[in-house]
Design a protein around this ligand. Structure first.
Ligand SMILES: NC(=O)NC(NC(N)=O)C(=O)[O-]
Ligand SMILES: [Zn+2]
Ligand SMILES: [Zn+2]
Length: 458
């Protein structure tokens, strides 16, 4: 009888063309068989009867802040949290750590730490900042997944936002490397101007914060970036888009044939401005949570497949920096801590709005793999692909507590939230990393994943 490492029996696998009952056979970290009734000797047999098996989440947007600010998160706790959330590959952003990932030395240093500490696979973004134009091609060659720049201030002095000239020059160079430029799109001019007005008036309420980062600030930045991409031919990825009007502009550009993708994050879909009013700093992010009406529009846009993917934008910090006793809302650190909940959030929406599970798998796994050059071996359940899987039960629910939230800091908008499904296990390249509420992997086996080599066109 054939010898396999793992056989998952009787699950409902979420395949690109629909849900299918099948066994999954795994050997040497890859899926080798996808059929009912696999007869094999396997070291590990899992019964997945009544459970759904999704491709492991590929979360393109997290901030683990290591090296330099590992007191904010770090690869160890961060990757355990991702595993608990059904994520098997995440892309770490180039900012919030010290140094920022803006040259090859910083990239290599971060990759070494990730390889030692991460429980699941990861890729690394490189930064575009004023003054690092000469580092862009070397970073591309060294294997960054793409580049990231900020059009508004980052809130951290080690990673400056781009001025228009840096953006244009950077786009021109990035276009040549064949990589994608990801943009935090809020206009620095508009948000700084409005923020200064609020500061002068000493007006720091939740409503003031929302007013200081209006939808127009997002739309202006998106439109400008689209013009610049048209001039330079640079592929773009808009991160954490929070308004229907921005999507309208992005849709127009896509229809004109431009190479653009867009993500939103679960917090814009599950929460709204009322949560900032009630909960304060833990619900502070940029762009801000929008009014309920906008939240509903964003959900419709997800249902109508106007977003290419979803990401968590896990951007935590020690609670001290969010402590309302010490900082008013404008001064507190902005960022939502919720990397564990992208998949469960999308399942909540799928159940509520009848979104097909294969659409969820597309948003959380296959579209990111496709966009960022990993689609030959990651992002879907298929023979020959990495056995990166998330096993889900619809018969159980999951209420977030400080105990089962595995991020370094336990303060989060999600504490107390009940998701209508539960992750039973997460498998990374054939190894069970998370099962029954615990990270079970003995050691950190995550690898640094680089995009396909032939993506790089000199
Ligand atoms: N410096 C940050 O991590 N910022 C993040 N903060 C948010 N989203 O509030 C982000 O992605 O913009
Ligand atoms: Zn951002
Ligand atoms: Zn971010």
């Amino acid at each position: 009888m054939e010898r396999l490492d793992v056989v998952i029996k009787n699950g409902k696998a979420v395949l690109p063309d629909g849900v299918k009952e099948t066994d999954i056979g795994i050997k040497d970290g890859r899926i080798v068989a996808l059929q009912k009734g696999i007869q094999a000797n396997a070291s590990v047999m899992l019964n997945a009867e009544n459970h759904y098996i999704f491709p492991g989440v590929i979360d393109v947007h997290v901030h683990f802040s290591e090296p330099g600010r590992e007191s904010w998160e770090g690869f160890h706790t961060g990757s355990m949290m991702m595993a608990a959330g059904g994520c098997t590959t995440y892309f770490d952003m180039p900012l919030n750590g010290i140094p920022s990932t803006v040259n090859v030395k910083a990239l290599t240093e971060k990759a070494e730490i990730g390889k030692l500490k991460s429980f699941v696979d990861f890729s690394l973004w490189g930064g575009l900042v004023p003054g690092n134009e000469k580092d862009l091609e070397p970073l591309a060659e060294a294997g960054v997944i793409g580049f990231k720049a900020f059009l508004s201030e980052t809130g951290n002095k080690e990673f400056a936002s781009v001025d228009d000239m840096t953006l244009l020059n950077g786009m021109k160079i990035i276009a040549k490397t064949g990589k994608v430029l990801a943009l935090h799109s809020e206009s620095a001019s508009i948000t700084n101007w409005l923020k200064a007005e609020k500061e002068q008036a000493g007006a720091f309420s939740a409503d003031d914060y929302l007013e200081s980062r209006p939808i127009m600030a997002e739309v202006e930045a998106v439109e400008r970036a689209i013009y610049y991409a048209e001039l330079t031919g640079c592929p773009l990825h808009f991160v954490h888009i929070s308004s229907a009007l921005a999507i309208e502009k992005i849709e127009q550009a896509k229809h004109s044939g431009m190479d653009i993708t867009v993500e939103t994050c679960p917090h814009y879909l599950l929460f709204n401005h009322q949560h900032l009013r009630e909960l304060g700093t833990i619900a502070k992010c940029a762009p801000p949570l929008r009014e309920k009406e906008e939240q509903e529009k964003l959900i419709s846009l997800v249902i109508n497949q106007k977003f290419d993917m979803v990401s968590s934008d896990h951007s935590p910090c020690p609670f001290d920096l969010k402590d309302p006793k010490k900082h008013h809302l404008f001064a507190a650190w902005g960022g939502i801590s919720g990397g564990q909940f992208t998949f469960l959030s999308m399942l909540e929406l799928a159940i509520k709005y009848n979104i097909p599970f294969e659409t969820i798998a597309q948003l959380t796994a296959s579209a990111p793999a496709e966009r960022f050059g990993l689609s030959e071996w990651k992002g879907k359940i298929a023979v020959g692909f990495d056995a990166d899987l998330a096993i889900l039960s619809l018969e159980d629910s999951f209420t977030v507590t400080k105990e089962n939230f595995l991020a370094k800091h336990k303060e989060s908008l999600y504490i107390g939230h009940t998701f209508p499904s539960m992750i039973v296990a997460t498998i990374s390249k054939g190894k069970i990393v998370y099962q029954d509420g615990k990270v079970v992997a003995g050691k950190a086996n995550g690898e640094w994943v680089k995009p396909e080599k032939d993506e790089y066109v000199k």
